[in-house]
Write a protein that binds this ligand. Structure first.
Ligand SMILES: [Ca+2]
Ligand SMILES: [Ca+2]
Ligand SMILES: [Ca+2]
Ligand SMILES: [Ca+2]
Length: 378
């Protein structure tokens, strides 16, 4: 539904709408009344793109463009902060009211059409994870060779690694060895959460390996849980929703990728998207949202802070370098940790509501059109 590039200013967006309006008038003949009505509806829809731009600039006031007998008016109702129980569920301004309802009315001569849109905060398109690792395939193969790994659903904060203070007095601020792991504020989640029967996961692991699972339920197989996201393809859906916002686009044909994809220390969060299988190698890191439309293979050291979504398999290989994930990891296919990992190159998955919250906060004030409907008033 993006009629205009997100970065377009309102002035420019309005000018584009005005051109539509003028073009609409030039076609206004009695014989074309229905066509005019359709054009008015298209224009009403286009008004939402301008409204989206306005909201992302912090303006919830709506706007109006008049020219002769042609007009476009967009009014916005912020349901999340209006003090009203808009959905009549007994709660006021709760999370699922965190939308802006916009009404767009276009008049082209005798034709008037009205459309309604809901613009949602982008953070609403990020899931609250049920596990440190979330598996989207009910029959996922979980091949965790050896026991050089840890999957931990206990909420963990990182109080010293991003406080801007040189906590260990070595002259460096918030460097890698200041990244600590203090208990977070939110309840524990599962170690591994699967869209299906948790026994399918636990039965693929041996006793030693189960001891490396922590989280809701304590330790071991009891920490593996099942969940129902309501959308069997939810990982693909999320990848598709966020891909247009990617700040880094990776082309799998470039081979092994060795650059950083964001940096937790500087709060530089990137939305990185791989259009196909991705191979990360070398001692690199990332922070933000990583979207892989395909399989993700990581060899060598890697540290990722944030939301990782892989529609295919996640494969960790190679004895050198720690492979650490903090936040939550969503895998649409299989999870494989190769038997060549050593204790010094161990893999760890750690749930952190702090990390996820920091990323969600970035997108809480950004809006996106979630749905458009023709108004019953037409
Ligand atoms: Ca409500
Ligand atoms: Ca409300
Ligand atoms: Ca230091
Ligand atoms: Ca520090």
């Amino acid at each position: 539904m993006a009629f205009f590039p997100a970065a377009l200013s309102l002035a420019a967006a309005s000018a584009v709408v005005l051109v539509y309006l003028c073009d609409g008038l030039s076609r206004l003949t009695p014989a074309a009344r229905n066509v005019t009505g359709e054009r008015a509806f298209v224009l009403a829809e286009a008004g939402f793109a301008s409204m989206e731009t306005l909201l992302n600039a912090g303006d919830t006031g709506g706007f109006r463009i008049d020219q002769g007998d042609r007009s476009l008016r967009v009014e916005a109702e912020p349901w999340g902060s209006d003090g009203l129980d808009n959905d009549r569920d007994g709660n006021v301004d709760e999370e699922d009211e965190a939308v802006v309802r916009a009404v767009s009315t276009v008049t082209l001569g005798a034709a008037t059409r009205t459309a309604v849109a809901w613009l949602r905060r982008m953070s609403a398109f990020l899931p609250i994870p049920s596990g440190a690792v979330v598996l989207g395939d009910p029959f996922a193969k979980v091949r965790l060779a050896g026991s050089a790994f840890s999957i931990d659903g206990r909420d963990r904060d990182d109080p010293e690694g991003h406080d801007g203070i040189d906590n260990d007095g070595d002259g460096e601020i918030d460097e890698a060895d200041e990244h600590t792991s203090a208990p977070g504020f939110l309840p524990d989640v599962h170690s591994i959460s699967i869209q299906g029967d948790p026994d399918h996961v636990a039965s693929q692991l041996v006793a030693d390996q189960l001891g490396n699972l922590n989280g809701f339920g304590g330790i071991g197989a009891a920490t593996v849980g099942g969940f129902d996201p309501g959308d069997a393809q939810f990982i693909q859906t999320i990848v598709d929703q966020w891909s247009p916002l990617a700040t880094i686009v990776l082309d799998p044909r470039e081979g092994v990728y060795r650059q950083n994809l964001g940096d937790w220390n500087t709060r530089n969060f990137e939305i990185a998207k791989s259009n196909g299988d991705l191979h990360l190698g070398g001692r690199n890191a990332g922070a933000g949202i990583l979207l892989v439309d395909g399989n993700l293979t990581i060899t060598g050291g890697y540290s990722f802070w944030g939301y990782l979504f892989v529609t295919g398999d996640l494969v960790l290989r190679g004895p050198a370098g720690r492979k650490g994930f903090r936040g939550s990891v969503f895998v649409g296919g299989d999870l494989e940790i190769s038997d060549d990992l050593t204790p010094s190159g161990a893999a760890s998955f750690t749930y952190s509501s702090e990390v996820l919250g920091a990323i969600r906060a970035v997108y809480a004030e950004r809006y996106r059109i979630a749905a458009i409907a023709e108004s019953p008033a037409n």
